[in-house]
Design a binder for this molecule. Sequence first.
Ligand SMILES: [Zn+2]
Length: 274
Amino acid sequence: MEGYETGAGTARQAVKMDMPADQPQTPIDEVIRTAYDNIGLERLETVRALVPRVGMGGLSPVLLNKIRPLFKHTHLVKDEYLFQQDDEVDFVYFPENSVISEFQMLADGRTIEVAVTGNESAVGISAVWSTSSAVNCAQVCVGGDAYRIEKDVLERELTYSRPLQRWLHDQINAYIKQISQKVICNTHHAVEERFCTWLLMLQDRSRKNKFNLTQEYIAGVLGVYRPSVTCMAKSLREKNAIDYVRGQIFITDRSKLRKMCCSCYSELPPRRVF
Ligand SMILES: [Zn+2]
C-alpha cells in the first residue's frame, strides 16, 4: 500500500470450514453471508465455479433475457471515472465483478464515499427519467467486468414494461437506503469500524480478497486524512485481519473483519453475493 510499510506477506490462514446448523427463520442474505464467512478463502474459487452467476443489477431472468441484447459488455479500469459530478449521465452501468464508488467532494477538496455498487445493483439509475445531471461522481474502485446500457434505451424499455419500472423503483429505493445508512455510518461509527465494513462490502461485490488500494484512496473513501489510514491499517494487520504491501491490501481473515465492522454491514446486505 502506498506509503505503508512494505515486506508484508500474502493472505494468511483463512477460517475453518464449519457450516452453521439449519436456521429456517434466518433471512437468506444472512444464510449466504454466514456460509460465505465459513467457507474460507482457500475454498472460495471452487465455490465460485459451482454457483451459477447471477447479478446484472438484480434483474429477474425474464427481464434480463428481454433486454440482454441491449447491453454491451465493457471492462472497467481501476480509478476510471464513469461520470463526474454535474455531468450528463449517458449510460447506466451494471457491474459484474467490478465495484463502483460514488463520491461527494467537500469544499476543502477532500472526498467521501456516499455509495458503493457491485452486481447487486446499477450505477446511474437516479439519472433515468430525469433531466438532472449527476449528483455524485462515480469512480471504479475495483476494476473488472460490467455491462452498460444507454440511458435513452433503458428509458424507452421502461416505458413499455411495468416489471422493469418496478425494478427501477426498487433499485432507487435501495440506493436511497444505502446513502441514508452512509449518513449514519459517517456520523456515528468509528473510522476503523467503517473501514472494516467497507472492505467486507468490496469483497462481497468483487469476490476477491486482494485489492489495489492506496492509502490516499482509502482516506478519500472514508473522508479522513492519510495518517488515520496508516494507523488503522497497522492495527488491523497486528490483529491478523488484513495484510498489505505497497499499493495492495489483502483480507486475510474475514471473520475478524466481521467482528470489528459496524452494524451498517448487516443493514446493507448484498442481494447477490456470488
Ligand atoms: Zn457504519
